[in-house]
Design a protein around this ligand. Structure first.
Ligand SMILES: [Zn+2]
Length: 127
C-alpha cells in the first residue's frame, strides 16, 4: 500500500516527503513559460525542492528512461495497426510532443523521490 501511495504521489507531482504539497507552482504544465517553476520548499512540510544547484541534471536520465518506456508500447501499437515507418514516426512524435511537459515534470519529481523518503509525521498539511 505504501508503494502505491508513493506512486500516486509521484504521478500527481506531490512532495516526496509529505505527499501533500505540490512540487510545481503552476498546475498547467502546458504553460511553457512556467512549466519548470518550482517552489523553493514545500508549502506543507518545508522540504527543499532544489537541494543544490544542478540537482535536476540527473532528471535527464529519468526522462530518457520514460521516453524509452514510451517507445515500446508506441511501437507495438503501430505494429498492431500495421502503420508504416513514417506512420510510426509521426505517431511517436505526436505522442512525445504531447507528453513532453509531463515527462519533464515527472522526471524531476522522480529524481527527487530517489533521495527523499516519505515521512508520515510531515503529512499533516491540509492542501
Ligand atoms: Zn512536503
Amino acid at each position: 500500500m505504501k508503494a502505491i501511495n508513493t506512486l500516486m504521489a509521484l504521478v500527481t507531482l506531490k512532495c516526496p516527503k509529505c505527499h501533500k504539497g505540490n512540487m510545481f507552482i503552476h498546475p498547467n504544465m502546458y504553460s511553457f513559460k512556467s512549466t519548470n517553476d518550482m517552489p523553493e520548499d514545500c508549502p506543507c512540510c518545508g522540504q527543499i525542492m532544489k537541494p543544490e544547484p544542478g540537482f535536476y541534471y540527473g532528471a535527464m536520465y529519468v526522462s530518457y528512461a520514460l521516453s524509452v518506456a514510451l517507445f515500446i508500447p508506441t511501437f507495438f501499437i503501430t505494429v498492431y495497426f500495421d502503420l508504416s515507418y513514417i506512420g510510426f514516426l509521426i505517431f511517436f512524435s505526436i505522442i512525445t510532443v504531447i507528453l513532453s511537459p509531463y515527462f519533464f515534470r515527472v522526471s524531476r519529481a522522480g529524481y527527487l523521490y530517489l533521495f527523499v523518503r516519505y515521512d508520515k509525521s510531515k503529512a499533516t498539511c491540509k492542501h
